[in-house]
Design a protein around this ligand. Structure first.
Ligand SMILES: [Mn+2]
Length: 320
C-alpha cells in the first residue's frame, strides 16, 4: 500500500523549537545551548515554587505552538532571511537544571555546572528563568571564559539589594552579586522606573560602583541608538533581561507590571545592536510569570525575542 493513511499523533515537543535535548554533558559541544533554570533562591517558603518556575517549559511549549518548520524555514523579516540563514548549526536544549528536595543550593550548583560546560565549549548560552536570582550562578560561570565581561541589564528595577530575609542570592540582589564578580568589568542598567525593591542606599551604591544607569524615561527621550552608542564596541557582553523591564502592554506576564517600559522596536534594536558590537556570550530571559499572561501576548514577544537573538548571532558570524 503506497498511500499514507496515517501520521504520528500530534504531541508538543518538549524542547525549544524541538532542538535536541542534551542527556549528558560529557564531550559537550554546541553553537547555541538553551537552559531552563526554574528556581531562584526564595525569600519565603511559599516563594520556592513560584509561578516563574513554570516559565521555561511554558516558553518551550509556546515555541512549538506555531509550525516549527515555518519558524525555521520561512523568511523572517525581523532578520532579513531564515532563522539560521541557511547555515548548519548545532543548537541544543539542555533541559532544566535539576533541583533537590533536601538542599536548595543544589539547583544553582547544577545550573552553574551546566553553564561552565557550555561556556567552556564556546557555546552561546540562552537561559530561561525562573526569577531574577537565576542569572547569579550563570554569571559566576562566565569566569571560565577568562574575559572582561560587560553586563547589560534590562529591568524596571535596580536589583542591588545585599540581602532580603537573610538570602543574598535572590532576585533583588542579582546586579550587586554581579558587581562583586572580578570578571564583570562594566554594568549598564537600562529601563529603571517606578517603585521597586531599591532604597536610596542601593542607588548610591550602584552609582558609586560605576554602574551606568539609563532610566526608562531617558531611554524614551534619547532612543535606543544613543543608549547603544554609550556601550563601548568590541567587547564581550552578557545580557540579562528581566521581563518586567519590557512594557507590560507587550509583556503582561510579570508580577511587577510597571508602566513605561521598553517597547518591541527598542528591544529589537537592542538585540541586533548589541550582538553586532562584539560577542554576546549569553543572555537570559527571567521573571516571566505564565499565569499573568493575557492572550499569550507575552509568549509571542518572548519567542520573537529569542529568535531575534539567535538569528542576530548567526548573521554576526558567531559560529562561522
Ligand atoms: Mn530584576
Amino acid at each position: 500500500m503506497s498511500k499514507l493513511l496515517n501520521e504520528a499523533p500530534t504531541k508538543a515537543p518538549q524542547t525549544f523549537l524541538n532542538f535536541p535535548l542534551v542527556k549528558n554533558f560529557d564531550d559537550f559541544s554546541a553553537d547555541i545551548a538553551i537552559l531552563g533554570v526554574p528556581f531562584g533562591m526564595a525569600y519565603s517558603v511559599d516563594g520556592m515554587a513560584n509561578d516563574q518556575s513554570l516559565a521555561p517549559d511554558h516558553i518551550r511549549h509556546w515555541s512549538t505552538r506555531t509550525e516549527i518548520e515555518m519558524t525555521l524555514n520561512n523568511y523572517d523579516f525581523d532578520l532579513g532571511g531564515t532563522l539560521l540563514d541557511g547555515k548548519s548549526l548545532n543548537i541544543v536544549d539542555c533541559g532544566n537544571a535539576r533541583a533537590s528536595l533536601t538542599d536548595p543550593l543544589v539547583h544553582y550548583e547544577n545550573a552553574e555546572a551546566i553553564a561552565r560546560t557550555a561556556f567552556s565549549a564556546n557555546s552561546v548560552l540562552i537561559t530561561l528563568g525562573g526569577d531574577h536570582g537565576v542569572p547569579i550562578p550563570i554569571m559566576k560561570a562566565l569566569e571560565v571564559l577568562d574575559k572582561e565581561i560587560t553586563l547589560i541589564h534590562i529591568d524596571a528595577h535596580l536589583d542591588w539589594r545585599d540581602e532580603i530575609n537573610g538570602e543574598k542570592n535572590g532576585y533583588s540582589s542579582v546586579i550587586r552579586r554581579a558587581s562583586e564578580l572580578p570578571h564583570i568589568k562594566a554594568i549598564h542598567q537600562i529601563g529603571m522606573r517606578g517603585i521597586g525593591s531599591a532604597q536610596t542606599q542601593e542607588v548610591q551604591d550602584a552609582i558609586a560602583h560605576g554602574s551606568k544607569i539609563t532610566t526608562a524615561y531617558q531611554l524614551h527621550d534619547k532612543g535606543m541608538d544613543d543608549v547603544l552608542a554609550s556601550i563601548p564596541d568590541g567587547g564581550t557582553y552578557y545580557l540579562t533581561i528581566d521581563a518586567d523591564g519590557i512594557d507590560p502592554t507587550i509583556m503582561p506576564a510579570v508580577l511587577a507590571q510597571t508602566a513605561g517600559g521598553l517597547n518591541w522596536v527598542q528591544l529589537h534594536k537592542l538585540i541586533h545592536g548589541l550582538v553586532n558590537k562584539g560577542r554576546v556570550v549569553g543572555m537570559d530571559l527571567v521573571e516571566i510569570t505564565p499565569s499573568c499572561d493575557v492572550g499569550n501576548i507575552s509568549m509571542i514577544h518572548a519567542e520573537r525575542l529569542l529568535c531575534n537573538f539567535i538569528g542576530a548571532t548567526v548573521r554576526a558570524g558567531y559560529y562561522d
